[in-house]
Design a protein around this ligand. Sequence first.
Ligand code: FES
Length: 414
Amino acid sequence: MSVRRLAPEAVQPKEFAFTPANDDWANGQIAKYPKGREASAVIPLLWMAQEQAGGWLPQKAIEAVGRKLGMPYMRVFEIATFYTMFNLAPAGEHFVQVCGTVPCHLKGAREIIKVCEDKIGPQSTVSADGKLSWLEVECLGACCNAPMVQINYDYYEDLTPENFAALLDNLRAGKPVKTGPQVDRSCSEPLGGGETLKDKALYDGSAVGRGDWQARVKADREAAKKAAEAAEAAKAAAAAAPTQPPATPVLSSSAPAALTPATSTPAASRPVTGSQPTNASQDTPAAGGAAIKGATTAAEVRKDAADAGQSAAAVQAVSDADKPAMLNAPRGGAADDLCLIWGVGPILAKKLNGMGVYHFDQIAAWTPKELAWVDAHLEGFKGRAVRDSWVDQSKKLTTGWRPDSKLGERPKGR
Ligand code: FES
């Protein structure tokens, strides 16, 4: 907490009086309280005095409020010096209040203060151009978006030294700035997007009148628990299963006869009928022969393999001229979560990264030939890109849409 003293004599104006309009407004505030309790209007009157004086409270303004309310000056000084909403010295055109309380401190308020010192100067002094001044204050009530500052009437949250320095530069230059969070989130939702209240049934009226909601919630939880247990069991079974010899290349073969081994894959390897496989099983290459993702019956397995066989045939026609543009590293240092594409698991995502594919918009822009080129180079996963409609899925993901499951959304017909 900073020391709160009146500004030095040299900057104090010789007098202060409310303008007629502000005086009328002050009388309106005082009239809200019973006779003998006029002092209750001290905060709004001090606020208006600060507004009129240009963003700070000269001593004469504090005294004028005391006279107006019939209060001893000392009582008014006590209030003006206690609340940091009142500035006791001239402030810059953009007055920065930096929260230094524990949550903001833990999230980097010290670095934000360092930026203030570097770009503005010592606390409670106005920069040479009169544009900026700053003050460390206590919690401003936006802790979950820490670290944050208040500048005049707006909050700026999720600050880093870099985005805050740019913010000050833009304010100084009179450029427009974005208020609120300085990262890609709305208000105070979780970083990365909201995770609750996403069930559409909550909003379409279908949940209304569905009887005993407690029993319904209990049943839903039981079903979710059973599904999770079944998925875990399937995962454990898949991990314990012997590795198939890689010499049975179902997807890489163009000959339908080569699909035969896949049809003999036991349907029991699928965890739960109709449920999505785990990420690990998404990555399980059909070439391994363990299972083709999502297939429950021998007929489905044959269809999957046939689809893959078609793409493998198409793949044979591609040339290196069809190779799509690749990146050396993810843009901005952060790759998209390619596992949100249904059919892509951690291993396949890593393989794609290794090829130079990091972002949904890269995949969304692939032509059929480029897609075929990628398919041809997905060792162990050939045919996946076409079969699982990666381009269509990625186009949807580039809009910001996200699937309900971290495994992605199963494409229609798959
Ligand atoms: S701790 Fe900084 S806003 Fe609450």
